[in-house]
Design a protein around this ligand. Structure first.
Ligand SMILES: *Cc1c(COP(=O)(O)O)cnc(C)c1O
Length: 433
């Protein structure tokens, strides 16, 4: 049987295995719902980026792991040992990375509305680079860094006016966007000039992120066109050379068999060739390139295991399979109608011919994981596996309906270890007086 990813297989008992481990054993030991994260897959994904980026963009180029995709302490030593920097979007993410021992100088601090307290926290923590979103933030950062007698390295976030044809909610590169400052409107020129005049800010380069779950490479190529043209003009007019160009994240991953297989190395080569050509055309020195993959580092390393509650057959309508989790541990269907591959992990040798909709446990008709799919007909107690849940699942999880967040295990070389304990009822009322 061909499964979506190479680390998945089926054993003699007809159980799904992840990284060589029987999902039934994981469920018995750690309970369900359970997030499983395959460290070996995360490392492989990191290496795809680090190797291709060094090879095509140069030795100083590096990928940053976008923390928001999966912010747990245990991910940081993994990405650090693979030579990645990290991208954070809030003091909470910085705190988590610091708590894991990640070096602050390798952190980039994003965010469209950093409060004064956030800015002070970032500066005091010694984050390597702020990615400054707007003029208000720029002025506040200059003031706060100045009061501390520091000069803060920054990238300036630009919007390139591109529509990468992804989902509305994760499309960030258009002029009409709450992120960054637009090149098209001329506001980016004002932004850069003011930044260059700030006494306590050093402009290290520019940043742009066009969206997420993008498969086509022409969006990235057009982004390079716009950014290099802008960098060349700024250099001509102000003498400022762009040292770093951070071109964001956004490479797509396969959630189902219908999604294409993305060749990350080939895309990086394509982008790099285009960059070389444009830098030559505009007569600028090639900047150091950073990328910020989140999804494509952790998504395919993750599997969520649920226990089926049973099936409900509504004659003339459809069949529902309910699971002991749902939108609380994976809100992506409710938010974006995201498609997933769902398997009956207990009956992998049986025909996957039972048409059903997999629904969660919340009092919410939108609480679904997948609609109108086919799996082996489950019985109460069967394990239901949802693939490609390593990104934006745990990090978006909630306690809606007072459902505790699941535990997470990291597996590597055939062994599992608990990295996030299952939330208890006590945990959920901890802050309540
Ligand atoms: C979300 C985000 C990323 C990561 O995007 P992926 O699609 O997960 O690779 C990178 N940079 C910024 C600024 C983001 O907002």
């Amino acid at each position: 049987m061909k499964l979506l990813y190479d680390n998945l297989s089926v054993n003699e008992q007809g159980h799904l295995t992840v990284g060589g481990i029987d999902t039934a054993e994981l469920a018995a030991e750690y309970g369900t719902p359970l997030y499983i994260l395959d460290e070996d897959v995360v490392r492989k994904n990191c290496r795809t980026y680090t190797q291709a980026m060094r090879r095509y963009f140069g030795e100083d180029s590096a990928p940053l792991f976008a923390s928001k995709a999966l912010c747990v302490k245990s991910i940081y030593p993994v990405v650090q040992s693979e030579g990645m920097c990290v991208d954070t979007v809030s003091p909470g993410e910085i705190y988590t990375a610091l708590a894991a021992g990640f070096p602050p100088e390798k952190m980039f601090f994003h965010g469209t509305n950093k409060t004064d307290e956030d800015i002070a926290y970032g500066v005091e923590s010694g984050v390597g680079y702020f990615v400054v979103d707007n003029l208000n933030e720029l002025r506040t950062l200059d003031r706060i860094a100045g009061a501390k007698g520091l000069c803060q390295d920054v990238l300036l976030r630009l919007t390139v006016g591109l529509d990468p044809h992804t989902l509305e909610a994760i499309n960030t590169g258009r002029v009409d966007s709450q992120f960054g400052v637009s090149i098209d409107t001329g506001q980016a020129d004002v932004f850069v000039r003011e930044a260059l005049g700030c006494g306590n800010i050093r402009v290290a380069g520019f940043h742009s992120h066009i969206g997420s779950q993008i498969f086509e490479s022409d969006s990235f190529v057009r982004q390079i066109d716009i950014l290099t043209e802008f960098a060349a003009r700024i250099e001509r007019e102000t003498g400022h050379h762009t040292g770093i160009l951070n071109i964001g994240g956004g490479f797509g991953v396969r959630y189902t068999d219908d999604d294409p297989q993305m060749d990350i190395e080939a895309r990086i080569r394509e982008i790099s060739e285009h960059l070389d050509q444009k830098c030559e055309e505009y007569g600028i020195q090639k900047p150091v390139i950073y990328m910020e993959p989140g999804r494509s580092i952790v998504a395919d390393a993750g599997v969520t295991l649920y226990t089926a509650g049973g099936v409900k057959e509504i004659p003339g309508y459809r069949n529902y399979v309910t699971v002991n989790g749902g939108m609380t541990d994976n809100p992506r269907y409710a938010l974006y109608r995201s498609q997933y591959t769902v398997l009956n992990a207990s009956k992998m040798k049986e025909a996957a011919d039972y048409e059903c909709t997999v629904a969660g446990r919340c009092c919410e008709s939108g609480d679904r994981i997948a609609e109108n799919i086919s799996i082996a007909r489950p019985e109460r107690g069967d394990l239901i596996a949802v693939l490609t849940t390593g990104a934006y699942n745990y990090s978006m999880a909630s306690n809606y309906n007072r459902v505790p967040r699941p535990a997470m295990v990291m597996i590597s070389e055939g062994k599992a270890r608990l990295i996030v304990r299952r939330e208890s009822f006590e945990d959920m009322i901890r802050n309540e007086i």
